[in-house]
Every structure is written in C-alpha cells, then in structure tokens.
Write a protein that binds this ligand. Structure first.
Ligand SMILES: *Cc1c(COP(=O)(O)O)cnc(C)c1O
Length: 419
C-alpha cells in the first residue's frame, strides 16, 4: 500500500490529483506521500519491537529531504549519515545527536571534528587508521568518541555489483579475520570508547539468507572479542532490506527480517542498531513526468519523457526497473521504449516495455522512486535540479525547489585571464 492510487480514473498522491501538482509545480517533480512514509516507518519500527533493545538510524543518503527527515524524527528515528552535509541535515531536522551514527570510509578530519563537537552517538570506524585519527582529535578536544568497528564479513549479498558492500574485495570495513585484533588495539586508545561492531553488506537485498549468514558470522566475532576481555554492548546490523520495484514481486517483510534477527542474535545481549533506507522511503515517492513526444523508431516507438537520467539515475546506473504508469490511463496498452531527453544512450528508463498507452502531453509516473531518486539528481545537460513535493491528505507543499539552469549558471565565473 503506497497511497498512489487511481480515483475517478486519475492517479492521486493521497487525496491530491497528480495533474494539479503538475500544473502548479511543473514536471519533472518528485512527489512523496507522507502517509506512506509514516506507515513504513511504523511498520519497520513495530516489527523490530520483538527485540529487547533497538535503535533505528535512517540511512539519510536514501532520501535526505528535510521534510522527510522531519517526519522520521517525529517517529523516533535517528540518522545514519555518511558526510557532514548529511549530519547537518539530520540536526536541522531535529534528530538528537546521540541518535546519529556516522558511516563511511572517507570521513575527513573536519567531519570527524564536527561530529565530535556536536556529540553524535556513534562513529562506525571503517579502518584502524580512521580510529587512530579520531582518537587523536577526541583527545585534543577533551572528548570521548563512542565507536563501533565496521567489519567486512565477506558475504555475497546477491544484489547488483555496484550496491554490494560486504565482499572482501569491497572497500568497506576491516577484513573479518583482522577485526578482533583491530578492535583490541582501538579499545586501548584513550579518546575512544569501543562499544561494538557494525556491518552493512549491500542494498536492495531480495533475500534474508545473506544477511543471516553475515549476522551469524559476526556473532562469532562478538564472542571472540568478549573472550579477549573487551566490552560489546552495541551491534549495528546496517540496512539493505529490499523493496519490490515490479508489480507482483514478493520481498521479505519487516516481520520476517525481525524474526530472523531475533533468532540469530538471541544470546548477544546487546542493543541492536539498524540503518534502513530504501525499505522506509522507496515506496513513498513517485517521479511525475510529462511525455514530450512519441517518436517512431526502427523497432518499438520511443516515448520521450521530460524526466531523464539526471533526475532518476537508477536505471542508468544499476539497470534498475521502475514501473511506469499513465496518470489518466485510457485502458489500452502499447509496447514502447521509454527515454529521457539527455544525449546519452544510458538515458533509458525501459526498453520494449508493455505500458499504458501514452501520447504527447500525457502525464505519467515512475513508481517506487522515493529512495535513491532525488538524492542522486544532478544538472547534467544543464537541466534544472528536480524539485520535490510532499503530500499530506489533501494538502501539499514544495519541499525542495526546482533550481533553474540560470541559477546554476549564475554561480559560475569567467576568470580575468579569459577577458
Ligand atoms: C546505504 C547504506 C545503508 C542503507 O541501505 P538501504 O539498502 O537503503 O537500506 C545503511 N547503512 C550504510 C552504511 C549504508 O551505506
């Protein structure tokens, strides 16, 4: 259930007809349903309530919009951030610093310093080197950094290669067989308070068994680290639970995930931390677009829409599928290729797809665009930065402006040596 449904033959976001938004804001535009966001946040949180002690840190990179973060903050979510920019967003949304986790292999000195100053809850260290640098900064500031060590469990997540993060050849975390030694080394470092391990093996996972294998593996590490005399009080199990992108696909439900976690972690005796992204935001958004024209081709017709790979990068980047639906379908179907205006063949949303019949000027949506959609947008081909709208019942608001090419041009300079 995503609150993007037809009413009197017109696709709505909650109680707002999408043509109204297209007229008021223009296209392309991301449209989020607040009801879906709240619902997903609650379903995930309530599913995890079977576990004794839980903290949820929303993966901000999946949808960093301030209004989205506000909704999640009100639901008790903290944030998993991967840059100081995301950290400032989480703080601006009112997320308490102690519920913020900082992940990523390339945190700079400036980022570590800022995060220490605001007092975030946990640094997920991705290397011994990073831990030693953080310890130095913490000592200079007279602070103690709560830390988890991110372990690379060397498990195949079974997802697209570009969003796999838990194989030995990926850049993330420390090698599994060195983790206990690195943990011990960092635990002896003044300025650091090592409190556990973190892992995240990849995104858009269609099955739970790679997660179960990874959690089971790090469970062994918890025992080894404790046997060596070190405390483990927090375990961060990352994100990665996938969502269906095609109508009819079946994915693990939050309750299945929670049951698996409960089984694997039953004797860990820790606070469990989670970093869900896509499973919370994926279905909360659509990308609303208008058909510029339908162009005849050698094979199927080309439906050229005004959204492009700069607005929604997933198909170009990950060969991802997004369902396409007309806003006012007439009940007939066509087979077509769906492309954007950008001068690259990768600007292709679908080939030989069976879709609602559309013609020049028609509105349509790409579904399940709430995660890794607007957040990855660029201005490639000197296109505008795509705007975002949030709907709440029969109300709506622009929650990110369209940034016009002229505004972007105004930030560029011709140097003196060229004039
Ligand atoms: C991207 C990311 C997540 C979120 O992944 P989803 O698949 O969106 O749940 C969580 N943790 C880390 C460290 C990440 O990099």
């Amino acid at each position: 259930m995503d609150h993007f449904d037809y009413s009197d033959g017109v696709l709505h976001a909650e109680a707002v007809a999408l043509p109204r938004l297209a007229e008021a804001v223009g296209t392309p535009v991301y449209v989020y349903a607040r009801a879906t966001l709240t619902r997903h946040a609650r379903v995930f949180r309530d599913a995890l309530a079977v576990l004794p002690s839980v903290q949820i840190a929303f993966a901000v990179k999946s949808n960093p919009n301030l209004a989205v973060l506000k909704v999640l903050a009100a639901e008790g979510y903290g944030a998993d951030v991967v840059s100081v920019g995301e950290l400032e967003r989480a703080l601006a949304a009112g997320m308490p610093p102690e519920r913020i986790v900082f992940s990523g292999v390339g945190k700079t000195q400036a980022e570590l310093t800022r995060a220490l100053e605001v007092g975030i809850g946990q640094f997920n260290l991705e290397s011994a080197e990073e831990g030693l640098e953080l310890a130095e900064i913490a000592r200079a500031l007279g602070r103690t950094a709560s830390c988890a060590l991110r372990v690379n469990p060397d498990v195949d997540a079974g997802t697209h290669g570009k969003i796999s993060t838990g194989k030995a050849e990926n850049k993330f975390g420390v090698p599994f067989d060195r983790a206990a030694d690195i943990y011990a080394r960092l635990a002896g470092e003044p300025g650091l308070a090592m409190r556990g391990l973190a892992l995240h093996i990849g995104s858009q996972l269609a099955r739970l068994d790679p997660l179960e294998a990874a959690f089971t593996k790090v469970g062994g590490l918890v025992r080894a680290i404790r046997a060596a005399g070190h405390a483990v009080t927090h375990m961060d199990l990352g994100g990665g639970v996938g969502v269906p992108y095609k109508a009819g696909e079946v994915f693990p439900q939050p309750a299945d995930y929670a049951a698996m976690v409960a089984r694997v972690t039953a004797d860990w005796g820790v606070t469990l931390m989670f970093e869900p992204g896509r499973v919370i935001t994926g279905n909360t958004g659509v990308l609303l677009t208008r058909v510029i024209r339908v162009k005849d081709g050698a094979g199927h017709p080309w439906v050229v829409v005004d959204a492009a790979m700069n607005d929604l990068a997933r198909p170009a980047m990950y060969d991802a599928w997004h369902d396409f639906a007309a806003v006012t379908p007439d009940g007939t179907r066509m087979t077509a290729n769906i492309v954007g205006p950008i001068c690259e063949s990768s600007d292709t949303f679908a080939m030989a797809r069976d879709i609602d019949t559309v013609a020049r000027g028609d509105l349509a949506v790409f579904r399940t665009a709430g995660a890794y959609g607007a957040t990855m947008a660029s201005t490639y081909n000197s296109r505008a930065m795509v705007p975002e709208v949030m709907v709440d019942g029969d109300r709506w608001a622009v929650v990110a402006d369209r940034i016009a090419p002229a505004t972007i041009l105004a930030a560029e300079r011709v140097p003196d040596f060229l004039v």
